[in-house]
Ligand binder design. Structure first.
Ligand code: TPP
Length: 611
């Protein structure tokens, strides 16, 4: 066993290539076991085992900075940098994060886990290094997947890096996929190369020649060598990078450690930005992952029957059948966001635009201008990247675009970057946007249908990852009306539970009833515009408590409070929600109860207000 002796990158450097191959096999088994037990990203990590080992042999982390785009593929990096034992508690409360984490290790430089940012970080770090010769910043190495290369920030970053000429080694980890196959013409041309071993051989020979080219001259001179120009005529990727002033090396077999090391050493010698194009196989070495043609076990999650995502999938297909102008847009996540069934049923009406949320939103505005009704399926946390586009490209133009936001609220295992706690704060500030929060499987279906047929401006519908409540017929509202979910006999307490928080509000009402307090409970359903009937009724009570699973400040409850103050309601109003802070990973229910956002917490708040 080699793995048990790996406590830091130095332990990897002393092994020979035969031993490294053994280590790679052991790491794969280790990762499969850890992820099977704790969930997380599998295929992406199995694909970068050799690449990570090569990186840590060639570069001297943490003096050299190895940056992982998105960071979901950094498990092997964690193992190699002394965190092997932490994998017993991967993604568990207090345990290892599923992404790089600066508090865990000096080897983790960034930890955003939203895609396509790494080239910007790399440019910034390289600029800081170049401005201060005394800095301890060594090589800057940015690893980015072909999927993440489709994001606007990646294009902006490569443009700026090439123009600036800053010395950064970019590793393009090309496995041909995001979750689904990567949607990109650049990806298509990479595929041509991938499928042509002759090109790879020829390119290696050319590369050997190119290494000996002088490392002086302008960016343009460096970029336009005769060798490269010859390649460029045939192959788009080198032309693409080199036209931007970024030297292209590759492609290399991403599972051949020796050749990767040579490539990385060569790139590191170059005094400017270079991209090392590495071909890897997602899910490599684990038969079930290799056999999963949908996503190569990118992660371990799947759409659970009875989930809100399942309700969305079902309704989207049904609405697609009823409305021929309804189209669906995904930002590289057709499976996890639940649009796969629609894509299969209406392949011409479903668009995967790449990991490009901003582009997705503005292109939806364009489609709406052209008479289509676009449904954009995004995780709540990824919508926030495109909020300017939501506000000005869709909102200002009053376009009928339907934002379907999955994983809203406290999501749990993926940590601070993945909680969907901002969408209600932001969407409620987009003038003219109807903001819906379903409290059950059936409500989501009604709301989607209403969003298509009743609304003609922007709409957002947000739902959590957790299993959906099953509502009886009488427990489902319609249109823009709120629904009284429980009629209290007195006029002391009114609870308003937004979306999934209706369930703990109802539970709290039962607990309060045991204490002789007969509370009214409202399901607002529509957060904007608020139903005046609900507000008037709530105002009759001594105490009103709103409960939501997004940021407390500026969210749904604040909207209700403001509307009631405008009505000159005199009752005591308490807004319960998530405090404005970065919340670490843990199980969602545990996080919510820790924040007092459960039935017990609601009861305690009511008791405090009544006392
Ligand atoms: C802005 C943003 N949108 C969506 C995601 C969800 N997501 C996580 S990994 C991933 C695919 C990344 O593909 P690639 O960069 O090629 O890495 P691979 O997993 O294939 O190694 C996506 C879409 C994200 N992290 N950030």
């Amino acid at each position: 066993m080699y793995l048990e002796h790996i406590d830091g990158p130095a332990d990897v450097r002393v092994l020979d290539h035969g031993e490294l191959d053994e280590l790679a096999t052991e790491i794969r088994t280790f990762v499969v076991e850890a992820v099977t037990k704790n969930g997380g990203h599998l295929g992406s990590n199995l694909g970068v085992v050799e690449l990570t080992l090569a990186l840590h042999r060639v570069f001297d982390s943490p003096h050299d900075r190895i940056l992982w785009d998105t960071g979901h593929q950094a498990y092997v990096h964690k193992i190699v940098t002394g965190r092997r034992e932490g994998f017993a508690n991967l993604r568990k409360e207090g345990g290892l994060s599923g992404y790089p984490s600066r508090t865990e290790s000096d080897h983790d430089v960034i930890e955003n886990s939203h895609a396509s940012t790494v080239l910007a970080y790399a440019y910034g770090l390289a600029t800081a290094r170049d401005l201060d010769p005394d800095t301890d910043l060594g090589h800057i190495v940015a690893v980015i997947g072909d999927g993440s290369m489709t994001g606007g920030m990646a294009f902006e970053g490569i443009n700026n890096l090439g123009h600036s000429g800053r010395k950064v080694t970019i590793v393009l980890n090309d496995n041909g996929r995001s979750y689904a196959p990567t949607v990109s013409k650049l990806g298509d041309s990479l595929l041509k190369i991938r499928a042509n071993p002759k090109y790879m051989r020829r390119q290696r020979e050319l590369e050997r020649l190119a290494i000996n080219l002088p490392k002086v001259g302008t960016v343009a001179e460096r970029g336009i060598s005769a060798t490269k120009a010859a390649i460029r005529q045939f192959w788009e990727p080198p032309a693409f990078f080199e036209d931007l002033g970024v030297r292209y090396l590759g492609p290399y077999d991403g599972h051949d450690i020796a050749s990767l090391e040579t490539a990385l050493r060569n790139a590191a010698q170059f005094d400017g930005p270079s991209v090392v194009h590495v071909l890897t196989q997602k899910g490599r070495g684990y038969a079930p992952a290799e056999a999963d043609t949908v996503k190569y076990m990118h992660d371990t999650g799947s759409i659970a029957p009875g989930s809100y995502t399942a309700a969305f999938t079902e309704t989207l297909v049904k609405l697609g059948e009823e409305h021929s102008n309804l189209v669906a847009i995904t930002a590289a996540m057709p499976d996890s966001t639940g649009v796969l069934a629609f894509q299969e049923r209406f392949p011409d009406r479903c668009f995967d635009v790449g990991i490009a949320e901003q582009h997705a939103v503005t292109s939806a505005a364009g489609m709406a201008l052209g008479g289509l009704v676009p449904v954009i399926a995004l995780y709540s946390s990824f919508l926030t990247r495109a909020i300017d586009q939501v506000n000005l490209d869709v909102g200002l133009l009053g376009q009928h675009v339907i934002f379907c936001l999955d994983r809203a609220g406290v999501t749990g295992d993926d940590g601070p970057s993945h909680h969907g706690v901002l969408d209600m704060v932001l969407c409620t500030k987009v003038p003219g946007m109807t903001v819906m929060a379903p409290s059950s499987y059936q409500e989501l279906q009604v709301m989607m249908s209403d969003a298509v047929t009743m609304c003609d401006g922007p709409v957002s519908i947000r739902w959590p990852k957790t299993a959906a409540v099953v509502a009886d017929k009488g427990e489902v509202g319609s249109g823009l009306a709120a629904r009284k979910a429980r009629s209290g006999s007195g006029e002391r307490v009114c609870l308003i539970g937004v979306g999934k928080m209706l369930a703990p509000a109802l539970e709290a009402a039962e607990m309060l009833a045991d204490e002789g307090i007969d509370a009214t409970v409202w399901d607002p359903r529509i957060v904007v515009p608020l139903d005046p009937e609900m507000l008037v009724d709530a105002a009759l009570h001594d105490v009103v408590v709103t409960i939501e699973d997004g940021f407390r400040q500026g969210g749904a409850g604040t909207g209700i409070e403001t509307a009631m103050r405008d009505m000159e309601a005199t009752c005591r109003i308490d807004v319960m929600g998530v405090p404005v802070k970065y919340i670490p990973h843990a199980k969602p229910d545990k996080i919510l109860s820790g924040l007092g956002l459960d039935a017990q917490g609601i009861v305690a708040t009511v008791q405090r207000l009544l006392s």
